[in-house]
Write a protein that binds this ligand. Structure first.
Ligand code: PMP
Length: 407
């Protein structure tokens, strides 16, 4: 235990075995999106080749098989995050839609004008903009807990802002821009002591560490399939049953109703009452396969492997003169955000691309966080289960070239 056979992992990913400009691909953009292992590709192909049909409505055989696979994926995901029941797992387009669902449904039904939604400086735009839209529609307020200079989010920075007016805490599990891991348990305990529910933007956690929604004690947990080795177009909102059950519908349409007349419609219970229209059937099945594949590895070993990569990358990049790492929180996920004194992040990204290294350059959909550090952009290397120390070397060597070019 606590080791991971990275070569065997890599063998599952067809896309990794290629050259970019004649150099081996080093894919270090996992926080934006991850690559797909063969079992995910196969599961989706098999669905389309052998049993695809619309779900829940057909009496015919293919529809039944399709429905079984779609609902089976829900159960797999529920077990993966230790949800008390699979009916608490709602399929969405991704984390963005999951957060919008809570803002529209829970927010409009249960937040009152003047109440506050408490977020933090390190949120992704997906956990800022829906609350701003709600603010402008409902007259709620946004409060923002600060991060420290080194990227740490202290629990007290959040908990001291929870007061009588707080209606909801909406907070990331792991910062996609800096890697900061948020002390969720402490924050949730303090929020619940004041009767305030907690929504977590989980996006960056499930592919990298064990997520147990019951142990975290949170009320809503949102994440995307494509960052956890699954397909795009599918994500999850997990919510506590008692909350989901009292929430009004999000979108209206087919699949989510019991009966419709021109006068009145009646709605299904969760999860189907929140899944209007034909869902992303093949993608849900693909996400189920990704979870099965990920569950085949010891997630503690995955976390240990990525932590080693983080330590090594931090050491190698710190040795480059004029390179500044932004965010050195402890604990931190395997994300290294940095700037270089002479070169713009986009130039750095372009130059390392020529060396086969895929990194992100930009604001990482976290413009307020960039502004907090007086920046408009950083370069971000983000690691996943299949990355290696050689790839860190490939990045560091390419950055040395940047330094020489611009130095
Ligand atoms: N939150 C965080 C922390 C993220 O990293 C992302 C994706 N970059 C999102 C939300 C949005 O996810 P999606 O675009 O898949 O809906």
């Amino acid at each position: 235990r606590n080791t991971l056979d990275v070569e065997r992992v890599r063998a599952d990913f067809p896309i990794l075995h290629q050259e970019i400009y004649g150099k081996p691909l080093a894919y270090l953009d996992n926080a934006a999106s991850s690559q797909k292992p063969r079992p995910v590709i196969n599961a989706m192909t098999e669905a389309m080749e052998s049993y695809y049909a619309n779900v829940h409505r057909g009496v015919h055989r293919l529809s039944q098989v399709s429905t079984d696979h779609y609902e089976g994926a829900r159960e797999t995901i529920a077990r993966f995050i230790n949800a008390p029941k699979s009916d608490e797992v709602i399929f969405t387009r991704g984390a963005t839609e999951a957060i919008n669902l809570v803002a529209s449904s829970y927010g409009r039904a249960f937040l009152k004008p003047g109440q506050e939604v408490l977020i933090t400086e390190l949120e992704h735009h997906a956990n800022i903009v829906p609350w701003q839209m709600l603010r402008d529609q409902l007259g709620i307020k946004l409060r923002v807990a600060p991060v420290d200079d080194d990227g740490t989010l202290r629990a007290e920075a959040v908990t001291e802002l929870i007061g009588e007016n707080t209606g909801l805490v909406a907070i990331a599990h792991i910062s996609n821009a800096l890697g900061t891991i948020v002390p969720l348990q402490e924050i949730t305990a303090a929020a619940h002591a004041k009767g305030v529910p907690v929504l977590v933007d989980g996006c960056q956690a499930p592919p990298h560490q064990k997520v147990d929604v019951q142990a975290l004690g949170v009320d809503f947990y949102a994440f995307s399939g494509h960052k956890m080795y699954g397909p795009t177009g599918i994500g999850v909102l997990w919510g506590r049953w008692d909350l989901l059950k009292k929430m009004p519908p999000y979108q209206g349409g087919g699949e989510m109703i019991y009966s419709v007349t021109f006068e009145k419609s009646t709605f299904k219970e969760p999860p189907h009452g929140f899944e209007a229209g034909t869902p992303a059937i093949v993608e849900a099945i693909g996400l189920g396969a990704a979870v099965d594949w990920l569950s085949g590895h010891d997630l503690d070993a995955v976390a240990a492997h990525e932590h080693k990569l983080l330590a090594y990358a931090t050491e190698r990049l710190s040795a480059i003169e004029g390179l500044n790492i932004i965010g050195r929180a402890e604990p931190k996920a395997a994300i290294v955000s940095f700037t270089m004194d002479q070169a713009h992040p986009h130039d750095i990204g372009t130059i390392v691309d020529r060396a086969g290294v895929a990194v992100r350059a930009g604001h990482h959909c976290a413009q307020p966080l960039m502004e907090r550090y007086g920046l408009s952009a950083t370069v971000r290397a983000s690691f996943g289960i299949y990355n290696t120390e050689q790839e860190v070397d490939q990045l560091a060597d390419a950055l040395q070239v940047v330094k020489e070019l611009f130095g």
